[in-house]
Design a binder for this molecule. Structure first.
Ligand SMILES: [Zn+2]
Length: 322
């Protein structure tokens, strides 16, 4: 199912109106501190997030073992560094094609302002990209790496903007942003979800309370259903996100992209599953109705800044809900 989008200009105007209204409410509450009594999406900057999506795609495919992968790693650390006092690289290696390939999870922490003990929310996206365009319509391109605009860059771009928002406005809960490597190496699942599996096998002393995974959230015709594994293992987290999306007016309509409060047609095995199996409930926000998935056409032309806004604002708002 696909839905046409109305003109971006109309959407931008409508959003600006909403955000001004939200800002006024916050001021009327008379709060001078940065942590509000009511959740807000803090004017999640879709254009800024979009720049970070384009930048990642410009590095080239972020395939472990390549120069573009290392360059992207350094840029991600540099981007997160001004937002967090604690940005760390978690190195690990995995045997791929007979050789040990070096990979890195990237972790940034944002201490909360609420009274201890605080819940710790973990927000996850994969920063690596698929080395093979397995589903490319052109058989000669199937061994080519994908650009990974939605499948890779989109979730990371949203989390980089959330990082900037959390720096400017810490929330009550502790937040960890985790950019995982080796999600999409493949071709099969034994060589996938590698960074998530490694992180879960080496959980920090204060383990995350619950989390949200963002994967393939850039599709210009974005529709995000309730992923069934998420409902099975992390229903409360999924409920929270859909509550936030409703509150923000981000449900799918015939005119706009958005969330759909109904189960997706099948369950998806993604980076959230190692967490769910380790007792950290995690919901997966994913638009799997992406016709160019695992093809060389997973590029910026098939993505849209407004899609990043929908997901980023809903997550930012949702992690503040009681
Ligand atoms: Zn993929």
């Amino acid at each position: 199912m696909r839905w046409p989008l109305i003109g971006g200009g109309v959407l931008v105007l409508a959003l600006t109106g909403f955000l001004i209204a939200a800002g006024c409410r916050a001021k009327a509450a008379g709060s001078a501190v940065t942590t509000p009594t009511e959740p807000t999406d803090y004017a999640f900057d879709a254009d800024r997030a979009w720049q970070d999506l384009v930048k990642q795609v410009d590095f080239g495919p972020r395939v472990p073992g390549t120069a573009a992968h290392k360059k992207t790693r350094d840029w991600l650390v540099k981007s997160l560094d001004p937002t967090s006092k604690a940005v760390t690289l978690q190195p690990f290696s995995h045997k791929l094609g007979g050789a040990d390939v070096q990979m890195w999870n990237i972790i940034a922490d944002y201490p909360g302002t609420g009274p201890a003990p605080r819940e710790r929310v973990i927000l996850v996206a994969h920063w690596d990209t698929r080395p093979t365009a397995d589903y490319d319509p052109d058989p000669f391109k199937r061994l080519t790496p994908i650009p990974g605009a939605s499948d890779g860059a989109s979730g990371v771009a949203v989390l980089l903007e959330i990082a900037r928002q959390l720096k400017a406005h810490p929330i009550a809960r502790d937040v960890t942003i985790l950019l995982v490597d080796g999600e999409d190496y493949g071709p099969k699942v034994d060589n996938m979800l590698l960074g998530a599996k490694y992180y879960v096998a080496h959980l920090p002393k204060v383990k995350p309370t619950w989390g949200i995974l963002l994967d393939m959230v850039g599709d210009k015709n974005l529709d995000i259903y309730r992923e069934p594994n998420s409902d099975q293992y992390a229903k409360a987290v999924n409920d929270r996100i859909f509550r936030a999306a409703k509150k923000l007016g981000y449900m799918l309509t015939p005119e706009t992209s958005g969330f759909v409060d109904a189960p997706y047609k099948y369950a998806i095995d993604d980076d959230h599953m190692p967490f769910n199996e380790a007792g950290v409930p995690m919901a997966d926000l994913i638009d799997f109705d992406y016709p160019v998935w695992h093809t060389t056409a997973d590029d910026v032309a098939h993505c849209d800044a407004y899609s990043l806004k929908l997901v980023g604002a809903a997550v930012l708002y949702g992690i503040q809900l009681p």
